[in-house]
Write a protein that binds this ligand. Structure first.
Ligand code: NAD
Length: 333
């Protein structure tokens, strides 16, 4: 069977996902949810979507009675994910939700609970969890190729433009760089190291308080401590471009990935040489795999469920707390 997906939020990433889905074998766009009628028209002609599968933000609860839609993919500003997820779950449809799943762990947990109660699946748009080079590095680490892991470094950042965009508006973004791009280093530290962190320390730096208002982080460096003693040292920033790098080192070897999470080919090498497995558009692989998770009950190698999303939200909550207090914050994931 094919997973029939309605896309909610026809913005820049929604368009990228939709284009990528044209090459999917197991997933297909059958509906849209948007507040902009002109965009709905464009999408209808591009993806052959009938009028009866088009909704806006007021009436999309009616998706409940639409047998042509199995899942809704939420690709709207971060702060809207929570409420939209609850409504989709109440309509009895599976939820695929972009990262960050919410703007704090409490909201994330409510989403998990709502989907569980409604008997629908909740998956987070962690496209790297299906990327071949990433999975190969994780496999090598599990096989012991790098020996006992000692340290991880994650660098995630880009220089953000337009100061009026929602990403710099606390009410819609829930924060700044950390919610948007720093989350890649958080999530990456967890799947590269293969453990869950037990403490966090963090330091915040703000050079432009006009552009980066109260509650919108510009640059945060943070450290995660893992049960085995591994330390992760990471950077999240909206002030420096070309930051997209993971480095994992153990007693017997290392893996380095740069770019490590960008849309294009992931470049990776280890102490034994280059990996560079062939590039497949991430979102195409992601949506085919998510269809198999939802329809066939397939288990992904790196989880993409709501619980996985909540772990990252708990770490973000702790990073903000640590940056504020200057203290080490214990974590229980
Ligand atoms: P965008 O601004 O390009 O698109 C957001 C869409 O939401 C727009 O079409 C906008 O009209 C719509 N929207 C609905 N209600 C809105 C409201 N009240 N205010 C503002 N916009 C509203 O943003 P984007 O880059 O597509 O990001 C959307 C989500 O996707 C974010 O959560 C982001 O973190 C995530 N994202 C994920 C990846 C990834 O690689 N997984 C990449 C980019 C973005």
């Amino acid at each position: 069977p094919i997973l029939r997906v309605a896309i909610m939020g026809l913005g820049s990433y929604g368009n990228r996902v939709a284009e990528a889905m044209m090459d999917c074998k197991r997933a297909k766009i059958t509906g849209v949810i948007s507040g902009t009628p002109s965009k709905i028209k464009e999408w209808q002609s591009k993806y052959a979507i009938p009028d009866k599968n088009c909704y806006n933000y007021e009436n999309f609860d009616a998706i409940k009675n639409n047998p042509d839609i199995d899942a809704v993919y939420i690709i709207t500003p971060n702060a809207l994910h929570h409420g939209q997820c609850l409504r989709v779950a109440a309509a009895g449809k599976h939820v695929i939700c972009e990262k960050p799943m919410a703007i704090n762990a409490k909201e994330g947990q409510e989403m998990v609970n709502a989907c569980r109660k409604a008997g629908v699946k909740l998956l987070i748009g962690y496209r790297m969890h299906f990327e071949a080079n990433t999975l190969e590095v994780v496999r090598l680490r599990k096989e012991g190729e790098f020996g006992t892991i000692k340290f991880f470094q994650g660098l995630s950042g880009f220089k953000i433009g337009d100061p009026t965009q929602w990403r710099l508006n606390k009410a819609l973004a829930g924060g700044g760089a950390m919610m948007d791009i720093g989350i890649y280093s958080i999530n990456g530290a967890r799947y590269m190291v293969g453990e869950e962190p037990v403490w966090v320390t963090a330091q915040e730096e703000k050079t432009d308080p006009v552009k980066f208002k109260e509650g919108v982080d510009e640059t945060i460096t943070f450290q995660l401590g893992f049960p085995s003693g591994v330390i992760a040292s990471c950077l999240s920033t909206y002030a420096i471009s070309y930051l997209d790098k993971f480095f994992l080192v153990g007693e017997k070897g290392f893996a380095e990935m740069q770019p490590s999470t960008g849309y294009g080919p992931i470049k990776s090498w280890t102490n034994k040489g280059r990996l560079d497995l062939p590039h497949v558009t991430h979102q195409t692989t992601q949506m085919d795999q998510m269809a198999m998770i939802i329809l066939d009950g397939k288990k992904p190698i790196i989880p993409v469920d709501g619980e996985e999303g909540v772990k990252d939200m708990k770490i973000i909550d702790a990073i903000f707390e640590a940056a504020k207090s200057g203290k080490r914050v214990p974590l229980k994931l």
